[in-house]
Design a protein around this ligand. Structure first.
Ligand SMILES: Cc1cc2nc3c(=O)[nH]c(=O)nc-3n(C[C@H](O)[C@H](O)[C@H](O)COP(=O)(O)OP(=O)(O)OC[C@H]3O[C@@H](n4cnc5c(N)ncnc54)[C@H](O)[C@@H]3O)c2cc1C
Length: 336
């Protein structure tokens, strides 16, 4: 087995391991199997040991555990210092963070301390080679993400600064089914923090519930600027209700103020993979497609036959929303 291990920074949500961390463990497993190495993790908190076997079921073979009641809630400096300590001690080849509020806080601090490259918001990670002039770097992390406003997909490499580090948005990578027979080695660590490192204290956490659970929905019916008028939007909502789906939207639709940001699908919104995605009046620009292209079935309704959304739709309907959606609702109700 090679020593090019892939390490994941574990996050918690309401005392449970965050989905994004499980997604990253599963992605790390794929990368590690290409490198012939193992997946490790760093978990920081208080009384979290019992949660850790779950990481093992998803393919993590070893977790470095730091427990301290002062670490119960995320705070930037202690968490970043612990991740740095762990990387220095165990020399992972790749380190992955969620592109969450906490991941985006801690990852740049770690990268800056270790003078490593860090690519934010990757949408794909691969192991491959890269040649610059006469030098060929093998088995390096290819960090793939949209760049220049999504107009190109860039592959970013940092072959000379190990570890390679990347953040990945929630929902971009898939969680594979757990294997309950897998076990994990839990390595209890002592941190080297001083009282001065605990310079801030979390007094209260106020959670705002999401207005919609786009990620968990089996059916998403999304409104774009082609459904911007009141009647069309009402039809989109009615269609969603009829088929038992939730309402998503393109970014300009959300920007127009009719829905909260939680409804936005895409590169800077939520990544969804529902069984059915119905795009109503959405042109299908790359930034939108980045958040829904992996839906199992895509139906697109658009009056422009050349709209890019038709390039990825399984079923395309060319026509006006006001005409098509009532017919879909009627047909669906007649079938029940
Ligand atoms: C850095 C960056 C990040 C971005 N992130 C996101 C993101 O996360 N999510 C996102 O969605 N966008 C994002 N965008 C914006 C993206 O580039 C597009 O501008 C946006 O997706 C277009 O939204 P739309 O399809 O609703 O509107 P438009 O592009 O205006 O398309 C409207 C569509 O409706 C059709 N239409 C009009 N009238 C009707 C009708 N009566 N019946 C049927 N069809 C009709 C039109 O033919 C057209 O295709 C981002 C952009 C940048 C630069």
């Amino acid at each position: 087995m090679s020593d090019k291990n892939v390490m994941v920074f574990i996050e918690y949500n309401n005392g449970k391991i965050a989905d994004v961390s499980l997604e990253l463990i599963c992605e790390a497993k794929k990368l590690a199997s290409k490198l012939g190495s193992a997946v490790t993790a760093v978990a920081i908190g208080d009384k979290i040991a019992t949660s850790l076997p779950l990481l093992g079921y998803h393919g993590c073979s070893k977790v470095f555990l730091y427990e301290d009641k002062r670490l119960a809630n995320f705070t930037s400096v202690p968490y970043a210092k612990i991740v740095v300590e762990t990387i220095k001690k165990y020399n992972p080849y790749i380190v992955l963070f969620g592109a969450t509020t906490n991941g985006r806080d801690v990852a740049p601090r770690v990268a800056s301390e270790l003078k490593c490259g860090l690519t934010a918001d990757c949408t794909d990670l691969q192991i491959g080679e890269h040649d610059i002039k006469d030098k060929v770097y093998k088995d390096i992390l290819l960090q793939i993400r949209p760049a220049f406003g999504g107009n190109i997909i860039a592959t970013i490499v940092s072959p000379e600064s190990i570890p390679s580090m990347a953040t990945v948005r929630e929902g971009v990578m898939k969680i594979s089914p757990p294997n309950m027979e897998l076990t994990i080695e839990i390595v209890k660590e002592e941190h080297q923090l001083s009282a001065d490192d605990f310079m801030s204290e979390v007094l209260e956490i106020v959670r705002k519930e999401r207005s919609v659970n786009l990620k968990g929905a089996a059916i998403v019916v999304s409104a774009g600027m082609g459904a911007a008028d009141e009647d069309s939007f009402a039809l989109v909502k009615e269609l969603a209700k009829t088929v038992g789906g939730v309402v998503g939207a393109s970014r300009p639709f959300v920007d127009s103020g009719r829905l909260e940001r939680d409804h936005q699908v895409g590169q800077t919104g939520t990544t969804v993979r529902p069984n059915l995605y119905i795009a109503c009046g959405i042109s299908g620009q790359i930034q939108h497609r980045a958040g829904m292209a992996e839906s199992k079935r895509i139906i697109a309704i658009n009056s422009d036959p050349n709209a890019p959304i038709f390039g990825i739709a399984h079923y395309g309907i060319v026509g006006d929303i006001k005409e098509i959606i009532p017919r879909m609702i009627k047909a669906y109700k007649n079938k029940l």
